[in-house]
Structure formats: structure tokens, C-alpha cells
Design a protein around this ligand. Structure first.
Ligand SMILES: [Zn+2]
Length: 413
């Protein structure tokens, strides 16, 4: 039920503590009573009818309904219901929901609107004030790398070298080819850089290879090759983690996961290409514990207007899903490809976002391995190092997938 789910949202919110008077049973029943009142106000017979109304709600009418009570707005935004019932024109050429079509953009909402509503209701609604106290904590962060290409340097950096008339670079690339040291096969370098600060990250791997069409391509490496197997082992030997980067294929998540050398706990969809609620159902069915995909490609920030990991609502079972969604907040390609920010301004932008969210957030930063290289993606390595230096100096805690699951997983009580 939505009321029980809302109880879990508050009970698991890491910006709240439980007061001395906390009483779970009473709190749950207060949520049920409030939802019953909301249903009456909307002339709906029950929460089941409310659920089907919300699920079928077109975005242009959503404002009317969810303004009835902050609980509805929290539920709607947290679960990005604007994406569930969207029009075809709300998706980009890859089938991804567009930031410009989102309820938060259309209504110019504050970036962390859901947390704001949670804290505001804890001040205003008596039963919430009885049960919860505000308990802020410093922001934490999660670093990850989607590995789309390991062998693309010869061609792509080669084209860059021709365009920029750099025969010296062409010679270097040729030497890399002869010595079999592909410039983009740089997983060890990434681990070295992050280890300097004692940070540990996650690498998301594609298990399918090859071009799909002119716009989409899977990997250019074979996940089952001895070289890749050895690389993935070095990742875990050094305390880093591997996850699945769900490819464009007819295989389901479980089938793809089985192609990695060991069972992954986390996934991120390649190109951030997924639709809701289908993707959540698939994650649940395949036994993943964590998904790190919920971010817009073309805009940084909080795709569901909430700064913390959460378990989405399962409309079939009317309970919270069993996995944790860890939204993606900041990605290299957003700044480079979509916002076309000058490379030397990238770290400033990322750091400003951290500065604006110093409390009560888990910020997830994605830097592709290609953005650690010297030619086509020149400059982004230096920007990443600036970000790492800032994170270290700010004494923010770095969390990897397992840490996140241990700290943020929802409890049902
Ligand atoms: Zn990818």
C-alpha cells in the first residue's frame, strides 16, 4: 500500500532520526488514516484506486492531484511517475526519458524537492513530529566507471590526431598498437589514481560486443577473454568492485549477469537506456541488489528530485522493491556532449554541485575510462583529479556498492 510505502520512505530517510517517542505501529496507522482522508478528498474509494489513478495520470493533470497533499507529491516524484505514463515525444532518439519533459523541469521544482517536503512535513504534521527528528549527516559519494570501449583509441584518437595535424600522436598510437598497450585500456591507471586518496570505485562492464546501428554500439572487448578476466580479477583484488553495464541485447539482466566471472550485485544500463516501471520489475526479477542508472544523460542533478538512495514502489506487489536505486548525479558526458561546457570548467561545475549539497546526499559520479585519456578526451583526467582532491580535502566519505547497501538499504520495520 502507498501508505505503508510512505512510512518506509520516512523511516529509512537518512536525514531523519527516530525520536524517543517513536512508535512504528502507531506511525504506520497514522499514515493509513491520512491516506484514507486523501482518498476521500479525491472521491476515491481506497488506496488501490488511488494507486491506479496515479499510475494512469498524465503529467499535465498530475499537478492537480498531487497538490492535494505533500505525501502524494513525495510519492509521485520519488518514483518518477511522470516517466511511467509519458508520451512518445517525451523520449529522445535512444528511447530515454528527456529532462525537458520531466515534471520537475516543467514545473521548475527545487532540485531536492522530495527531501525538502519530507523535512517540511516533519515540522508541520503532528504525528511525524512525534516520531522523527531532523538528523543531518555530511554528504557521501560514489565513484564509478562505465567501460564502453577499451580498444577505441587507435581509430578515434587517430582521427583526432589527423584533424589536429599531430603526426607525433599517430606515431604514439602506432607504437601502442605494436606493443599491445591500448591507450584506453587504462583500468589499472584509474585504480592507481583513486588509490592515492584511498578511494574505491565500481567498474560497470558490457558483456556483449559490437555495433547495433549508427547511434548505438555495445563494447569493443570480449568479456570472456583471458585479458579481461585477469583485469576484472585485479579490480576485485584491489578492493574495487565490478558490476554489469546492461547492454543493448535481447538477453535479460539475469542472462547478462551470468556472463560476468562472478555474480554482480549492481547494474547500470548502457546509455542510461531504460524505461519505467519495466526496468524496476526486471531488476527485481533478476536478483540485483543495486541499480545505479537513475540519472538524465543531458542534465546533471537528481532525476527523481531526491538526494538519497531509495527502494522504488512496486505497483504489482504494492510494497517497496527489494533492491536499492542509487541515482546517478554527475556524469562526464553530460558536461562534454550535452551541455558543451569547456573542459577546464568541468571540475568547477561538479564541485559547485557538491558545495550546494554538502549535507544529506549521496552523490554518484560517473567518469568513463575514455575520459582518463590524452587526445580525443584531453583535459578530463585533470578535471577528475581536481574533483578527487576536493573530495579528499572536504573529508567526504567514499562509498562503494557494498558500503552503500550496508548503509542505505531499507529496513521493513
Ligand atoms: Zn555505456
Amino acid at each position: 500500500m502507498i501508505s505503508d510505502y510512505l512510512y518506509l520512505v520516512y523511516a529509512n530517510c537518512k536525514a531523519l532520526g527516530r525520536s524517543a517517542n517513536f512508535n512504528a505501529e502507531l506511525c504506520r496507522s497514522n499514515f493509513r488514516d491520512t491516506l484514507q482522508e486523501i482518498c476521500s478528498e479525491l472521491n476515491l474509494s481506497s488506496e488501490i484506486e488511488l494507486q491506479s489513478t496515479l499510475l494512469q495520470l498524465k503529467q499535465n493533470r498530475a499537478g492537480l492531484i498531487i497538490k492535494t497533499h505533500p505525501f502524494l507529491e513525495i510519492f509521485y516524484l520519488l518514483n518518477t511517475l511522470d516517466e511511467v505514463n509519458a508520451d512518445a515525444s517525451d523520449f529522445d532518439e535512444l528511447g530515454r526519458f528527456k529532462y525537458s519533459a520531466s515534471f520537475q523541469k516543467q514545473n521548475n521544482l527545487a532540485p531536492n524537492r522530495v527531501l525538502h517536503l519530507i523535512l517540511e512535513t516533519c515540522n508541520k504534521i503532528p504525528f511525524l513530529r512525534t516520531n522523527f527528528d531532523y538528523s543531518p549527516s555530511p554528504t557521501r559519494f560514489f565513484l564509478s566507471h562505465d567501460i564502453d570501449s577499451l580498444y577505441g583509441s587507435t581509430v578515434q584518437d587517430g582521427l583526432w590526431a589527423i584533424k589536429h595535424m599531430r603526426p607525433d600522436v599517430l606515431l604514439t598510437l602506432f607504437a601502442n598498437l605494436i606493443t599491445q598497450k591500448p591507450h584506453w585500456f587504462n583500468i589499472d591507471l584509474i585504480m592507481d589514481i583513486e588509490s592515492e586518496y584511498d578511494f574505491r570505485s565500481t567498474f560497470y562492464w558490457l558483456v556483449n560486443k559490437g555495433r547495433i546501428n549508427s547511434r548505438q554500439t555495445n563494447s569493443d572487448y570480449s568479456i570472456s577473454s583471458p585479458k579481461l578476466k585477469a583485469c576484472l580479477k585485479r579490480v576485485t583484488d584491489r578492493g574495487f568492485e565490478n558490476g554489469l553495464h546492461k547492454s543493448i541485447s535481447n538477453q535479460n539482466l539475469e542472462e547478462e549477469a551470468a556472463l560476468l566471472p562472478s555474480k554482480p550485485i549492481g547494474n547500470r544500463f548502457h546509455y542510461l537506456k531504460f524505461t519505467l516501471p519495466g526496468a524496476y520489475q526486471s531488476l527485481e526479477a533478476s536478483g540485483f541488489k543495486l541499480d545505479a542508472s537513475l540519472g538524465f544523460a543531458e542534465q546533471f542533478g537528481f532525476r527523481n528530485a531526491y538526494s538519497l538512495p531509495f527502494s522504488p514502489y512496486n505497483f504489482d506487489t504494492r510494497t517497496a522493491h527489494g533492491f536499492l536505486e542509487v541515482p546517478l548525479t554527475l556524469m562526464d558526458g553530460t558536461f562534454q556532449r550535452y551541455l558543451k561546457l569547456p573542459v577546464e570548467k568541468t571540475a568547477d561545475q561538479v564541485i559547485a554541485f557538491f558545495e550546494n549539497n554538502k549535507q544529506n546526499a549521496l552523490l554518484s559520479v560517473l567518469w568513463h575510462n575514455t575520459f582518463f585519456t590524452s587526445y580525443k578526451y584531453k583535459g578530463y583526467l585533470q578535471e577528475y583529479k581536481k574533483i578527487l582532491a576536493y573530495l579528499h580535502a572536504s573529508k567526504l566519505v567514499c562509498m562503494n556498492q557494498n558500503d552503500i547497501l550496508n548503509y542505505y538499504s531499507w529496513t521493513q520495520e
